[in-house]
Ligand binder design. Sequence first.
Ligand code: PXG
Length: 289
Amino acid sequence: MKIYIDGEFFGRDDAKISVFDHGLLYGDGIFEGIRIYNGKAFLLDEHIDRLFRSARAIMLEIGMSKKDLCEAIGETMSLNGRVGSGVTGYIRLVVTRGKGKLGIDPASCLRSSVIIITEDLQLYPEKTYNEGMSLITASVRRNRVDSLDPRIKSLNYLNNIMAKMEAQNSGSPEAVVLNERGFVAECTADNIFIVTAGSVVTPPEQDGALAGITRECVSKTICAALGIEVKERSMTLYDIYTADECFLTGSGAEIVPVVSVDRRVIGDGVPGPVTDSIRKEFSRYTDSF
Ligand code: PXG
């Protein structure tokens, strides 16, 4: 395994970052999780664009052009044998503020650090996809957009981790997360959709959802191919409890059917027909990517 750090490659045990890096000290940095299908980084340009938007929002100078970054990712994939048809995997791209003084002032960090790791992907078990997932609602609310906008994919993930722990403590793999006004934002690390009255609905980014790449792909490509209309609309738990179907999207998770939320059975309590057709079309799309 070869890990890219600032233009050099290191083995797993030698891939190290300074204890003075503000990414470690303060969670000052940004990241992307990218899926590999058929030996190609899936929707790479979209991920790189989101990374640069996150960087812009936190005034982080990445120090590499989008093209150089894509090349570095390509090189890391080749060195790790993640190329060629049928090859799958996952890329973690991290940019930290870099080494600095012990003080939060980012001005003491002279150069950001770029890290690229390729790994196998741990999906939810097959059973979850076939039978659907049961969720709870976390009591932890999503960060407010005027504190730390959840559209920034920052290294500061404690808000998500707190909600994830709450889910796991109650035996659920994921949790619905509400914003401070009680509207559904998304889950801890996945976007959420419902199917209701024949349309597919997902919360707008401004309600605290990440601009998920899989969310976008499902909305713009997959549902368009299926002739299904997708709407962005604020929703409360009532909308989820009374929906015909519900599913989650994420680069790691892909598309996960949800069959109950807070012990309310969704629809018939089994993965629904619209979710099934979206899953099939998504799988066809990624197979041919
Ligand atoms: N919301 C949040 C908060 C995320 O972190 C998604 C939605 C899905 O977005 P994409 O672009 O992947 O469709 C994410 C990303 C993990 C893990 O280990 C998952 C994510 C990020 C970091 C870690 O499960 N999902």
